[in-house]
Design a protein around this ligand. Structure first.
Ligand code: PDD
Length: 285
């Protein structure tokens, strides 16, 4: 079966899904994206992703071409048309194609909205059992990382460096502290059993999975501190993990080749992963 994508009102075979070379997403990275997991054919935590989409487009004065309700309908229709059981759905909205290449917002262009799906068995991913190593890189991104912008070159370079080092993720460092992963939020569990993840602000993306994991942990009386932490603190921690829509909760077992604790996924990380998967299954729509 040909994979189907969505482009500006139409469902088309992926190979025919095209946008203009003058699209501002292509020329200026003038666009916003979201990625939501699909579990058993249903969207995980999608209300949270759509709320962040609304916020991100608002921050760059980009009007969505469809209502959030209609976007959710299109997402579901695309999942159904692709008979997607487990994987993710990507959506991107850009300021559209102008007649040329002017930096300032064009007048009268229609925003571009595209979506496609990818197959991935997130629940049974081998890296979730084995854990991953991370490397550290300087955080060279712009200062509005709270906006889920498609300008991802810094993360492309960071994650390429991780791949070349045989690591699963890059943790980005600013002022001696971890901001977040190239495409994930970073957590540690301290020796005193406190879950630590950086506070939201313009330095990081407010992760939807991060938000859910913090809430689920707090509901279970776990102590959570939202503050910055250093690599030294992470290396001295009991456990570490990352979260994202495409991984859920994934154990981190080493940083720059130095192991954390015994170098195995920690019990709290494994437990939080199970709790998150249960939450995802129970609330997916
Ligand atoms: N990335 N931080 C960054 C920089 C991210 O790009 C992401 C997600 C996250 C985690 O956010 P969430 O839990 O809402 O997925 C944190 C997506 C998955 C991506 O770019 O593929």
């Amino acid at each position: 079966m040909d994979q189907i994508a969505y482009v500006n009102g139409s469902f088309v075979p992926l190979a025919e899904a095209k946008v203009s070379i003058l699209d501002r997403g292509f020329l200026f990275a003038d666009g916003i994206y979201e990625v939501a997991a699909v579990l058993d054919g249903r969207l995980v935590d999608n209300a949270s992703h759509l709320a962040r989409l609304k916020r991100s487009v608002g921050e760059i004065s980009l009007a969505l071409p469809e209502t959030l309700e209609r976007i959710a309908e299109i997402q579901k229709e695309l999942v159904a048309r692709n008979q997607l059981v487990n994987g993710m759905i990507y959506l991107e909205v850009t300021r559209g194609a102008d007649k040329g290449r002017d930096f300032a917002f064009p007048k009268g262009t229609t925003p571009t909205l595209i979506m496609f799906t990818t197959v991935k068995d997130i629940v049974n991913a081998p890296s979730a059992k084995a854990g991953i190593g991370v490397i550290t890189v300087p955080d060279i991104r712009w200062s509005r990382r709270d906006i889920k912008s498609v300008a991802l070159l810094a993360q492309v370079l960071a994650k390429q460096a991780a791949a070349e080092a045989g690591a699963g993720e890059a943790w980005m460092i600013e002022d001696g502290k971890v901001t977040e992963g190239g495409s994930s939020s970073a957590f540690i569990l301290t020796r005193d059993d406190v879950l630590v993840t950086r506070q939201n602000g313009s330095e990081i993306l407010p992760g939807c999975t991060r938000k859910a994991v913090v809430a689920l942990a707090e509901e279970r009386q776990l102590r959570v501190e939202e503050r910055a932490f250093s690599v030294e603190e992470a290396l001295a921690a009991k456990e570490a993990f990352i979260t994202s829509a495409t991984l859920f909760v994934q154990p981190v077992i080493s940083i720059d080749g130095k192991t954390i604790a015994n170098g195995k996924p920690g019990p709290m990380t494994n437990r939080l992963r199970e709790i998150y998967v249960d939450f995802a299954r129970a609330t997916a729509v």
